[in-house]
Design a binder for this molecule. Structure first.
Ligand SMILES: Cc1cc2nc3c(=O)[nH]c(=O)nc-3n(C[C@H](O)[C@H](O)[C@H](O)COP(=O)(O)O)c2cc1C
Length: 193
């Protein structure tokens, strides 16, 4: 397994959402390493209510992409923002892949009995993405898949255990080329004195 020696601040600042991947498999041991790291995330009442659905099969990834596109497109129609219009035309392209051909999709699921499952799983997702960056693996959160994944029946069909909701559909792969950092807006800070 690849080992990281990078400084944590460097990892935080250099992580980018990656949408172009090398045709290179991620070893199962590396996926297990990332999931192990995710398990160190904080969680409400230390419930650790997460589960990880790992999809590597090419046909299953493409099938899921088609389902997600079909579900999302009607919701984006009529939206006038430039970004949405571009995204919509990408989705409508024959064979476009919502998961950008990534070697691995990991859907982080939250146990619906845990009150803070959504927050907990989002913490796990960021932890996992930073761990990936530390070993040279790129990642991206694919929120566009979430509309379809709200359907519990679909979630169970793709392998989710009963009683779980989806929180974070993530993709992982070795980055192809560099990803430029999108503009950072200075955070609004209110100092209460
Ligand atoms: C909740 C969430 C949903 C996102 N959904 C998508 C998506 O559907 N497709 C995509 O290409 N990127 C998606 N992204 C990635 C963002 O576009 C990206 O994080 C943002 O542009 C900042 O870039 P950076 O992560 O490289 O700093 C999502 C990110 C988050 C946190």
């Amino acid at each position: 397994m690849a080992k990281s020696s990078k400084d944590v601040i460097e990892i935080i600042k250099t992580r980018r959402c990656v949408r172009q991947f090398l045709d290179k498999e991620i070893l199962d041991d590396d996926i297990k390493f990332l999931i192990d790291c995710a398990g160190y995330a904080p969680s409400g009442l230390n419930m650790q209510p997460w589960a990880f659905l790992v999809i590597k099969n090419k046909d299953k990834k493409l099938e899921l992409s088609e389902i997600c596109k079909k579900s999302l497109i009607p919701h984006l129609e009529g939206n006038t923002s430039e970004e949405t219009k571009n995204f919509l035309s990408f989705l409508k392209q024959e064979g476009s892949d919502m998961f950008y051909g990534a070697p691995v999709i990991v859907i982080i699921l939250g146990n619906r009995n845990a009150m803070t499952a959504v927050y907990d799983c989002a913490m796990a997702a960021q932890t996992m993405m930073l761990a990936a960056q530390s070993i040279g693996i790129g990642s991206c959160w694919i929120g566009g898949a979430q509309h379809a994944l709200m359907d519990e029946k679909l979630l169970m069909e793709i392998g989710a255990p009963e009683g779980y909701i989806h929180v974070a559909p993530l993709i992982f792969g070795y980055p192809k080329g560099e990803t430029k950092m999108p503009e950072r807006i200075k955070p609004k800070v209110i100092w209460v004195k």
